[in-house]
Design a protein around this ligand. Structure first.
Ligand code: PGA
Length: 250
């Protein structure tokens, strides 16, 4: 199975010229990484034009957020239908940085449903802010999962991707250990099956938080994940090339 890599550019780069440059480097790196299924999540403002200039099939596009309403008086927001129309096929839902800005569990559930209704694949992001010795983070993640997928019909659950990103590893120096990820992946899979039944076994699980070319191969080998959600290492022309090469050669 191919390795899914989501390149989350966040609010970067600062202008269209740089965005084209980053995309050109990303695209070149992707062509040398046939085992990687790459999803680029640029700022939505750049998406339509990047999509229009890209004739290949190797890269798919995501938006980093969308609003669950279909249309109307929501100043500053973008609907799932608009994102789909701009060329996105994936959407990040409930990224830690959106949750930090106030996005609730209830909203993530609505967004997952709206994404599926608009034929977009939701990448539901979950993860605890901190860990204590008592294991409360498992219950925290289960609550986020339940809220995110509770309204999904069991026959559609396999279309959802779950990205586990412990908030303490996002933007950090190092990712969590592959061993801890393995444990969390088992827990996430079991939780989804508890909530949605056996079809939940097919849900892809990604890891995100401080991944780069040095940590990616081990995480993929031992972390029990189908892929990676990458911030900083996807926002730099050299780092993205190094990352994709490291995954391809692992
Ligand atoms: P990072 O971000 O790779 O820069 O730690 C990951 C993310 O926020 O998705």
């Amino acid at each position: 199975m191919k390795t899914t890599v989501v390149a989350n550019w966040k609010m970067n780069p600062s202008n269209w010229r740089e965005a084209k440059r980053l995309f050109a480097a990303t695209r070149k790196a992707a062509e040398h990484a046939p085992q990687v299924s790459l999803i680029v999540a640029p700022p939505t403002l750049y998406l339509r034009e990047l999509r229009a200039t890209y004739a290949g099939r190797k890269i798919a596009f995501a938006v980093q957020n969308a609003h669950e309403g279909t249309s109307g008086a929501y100043t500053g927001e973008l609907s799932f239908a608009q994102c789909k129309d701009s060329g996105a096929s994936y959407v990040l839902v409930g990224h830690a940085e959106r949750r930090e800005m106030g996005e609730s569990n209830e909203e993530t559930g609505k967004k997952v449903t709206a994404a599926l209704q608009n034929s977009l694949v939701p990448v539901l992001c979950v993860g605890e802010s901190q860990r204590s010795g008592s294991g409360e983070h498992f219950e925290f993640v289960r609550t986020q999962l339940r809220a995110g997928i509770s309204a999904v019909e069991p026959q559609h659950i396999a279309r959802v991707i779950v990205a586990y990103e412990p908030v303490w590893a996002i933007g950090a120096q190092k990712p969590m250990t592959p061993r801890d990820m393995h444990e969390m992946a088992i827990f996430i899979r079991k939780s989804i099956v508890d909530i949605k039944g056996e079809k939940g076994m097919a849900v892809k699980i990604l890891y995100g938080g401080a991944i780069d070319d040095t940590s990616a191969p081990e995480m993929l080998k031992r972390g029990d994940v189908h892929g990676l959600l990458v911030g900083r290492a996807s926002e730099d022309v050299h780092k993205i090339s190094g990352l994709l090469a490291a995954i391809e050669n692992a």
